[in-house]
Design a protein around this ligand. Structure first.
Ligand code: BTN
Length: 255
């Protein structure tokens, strides 16, 4: 179970502001709680953590389910100091932040870290973390679910324990490293966004693959040829090139 006191006492970020961290063993959804907190005036940096969610939400209106104690489930409220027209950039930046944090603490292990557009975090080809970024009033809520254990039998998901990465680090330390990385990468969403995209390209797993996805309610099939400077997906279909700012249910069909 997550130890809130251990977290705040050892955190470089929250040691001096423990009142910004809200933890409950169980709540419907940390992102829903964060939304309520935005409505009641909570400040940037507020972090909501749960050990179990009864109504966890994923991208595209899907549910996000995790057994008690098997995941890190948290939502961070941010108040970005950049033009709101650029806030969509946080989706990729947070993906890079999580991938980069994982790369830093698994550098001695033979694991392959990837980002499946836009920001599913994969390790050795299976999903280890999902990210839900939502704009609520004048804040961004970044909701993250990371599998710490318990996915060993699944074909499409994995966990840090399955990969031998969780034994050296407590979940409090892992969370601190993730949050530090989110602050670092999300500060690069204005003029320095090129740095985010360059890093994103190192982790992306779809380039050169033929995919099927749903975008704006339509099924799209084509070859991923890359990402533009905004991080939008470039797909070649029947000799023509199209750019997509959103897409879901992406499946690699070959290549
Ligand atoms: C996805 O891959 O679809 C995104 C999943 C995001 C899940 C996290 S768990 C913590 C936070 N609270 C929620 O209800 N959702 C996010």
């Amino acid at each position: 179970m997550f130890d809130i006191r251990k977290f705040t006492e050892s955190s470089a970020i929250y040691r001096s502001a423990p009142n910004l961290v809200i933890y409950q063993d169980e709540m419907p959804s940390t992102s829903d709680r964060a939304k309520e907190m935005v409505a009641s005036g909570s400040q940037s940096g507020t972090l909501v953590i749960a050990d179990f969610q009864t109504a966890g939400r994923g991208r595209g209106g899907k549910s996000w389910q995790a057994e008690p104690g098997e995941s890190l489930l948290f939502s961070l409220i941010l108040d970005p100091d950049i033009n709101p027209a650029l806030w969509y950039r946080f989706s990729l930046a947070v993906g890079v932040a999580i991938a980069d944090a994982l790369a830093n603490f698994s550098f001695q292990k033979d694991v392959n870290i990837g980002l499946k557009w836009p920001n599913d975090v994969h390790m050795n080809g299976k999903k280890v973390a999902g990210i839900l970024t939502e704009i609520v009033a004048d804040k961004i809520i970044i909701g993250i679910g990371m599998n710490i254990s318990g996915q060993a039998l699944l074909k499409t998901a994995t966990s840090l324990t399955d990969l031998g990465l969780a034994s050296d680090l407590s979940r409090e330390t892992i969370l601190e490293k993730l949050i530090q990385s989110i602050f670092r990468w999300s500060s690069l969403c204005d003029e320095q966004y090129g740095i985010v995209i360059a890093k994103y390209e190192k982790y992306c797993v779809l380039e050169g693959k033929r995919i099927v996805m749903t975008s704006a309610g339509k099924q799209v099939t084509g070859m991923v040829t890359g990402y533009n400077e905004d991080g939008f997906l470039i797909i070649e279909e029947d000799g023509a090139t199209f750019t997509y700012s959103e897409g879901r249910d992406i499946t690699v069909v070959d290549g």
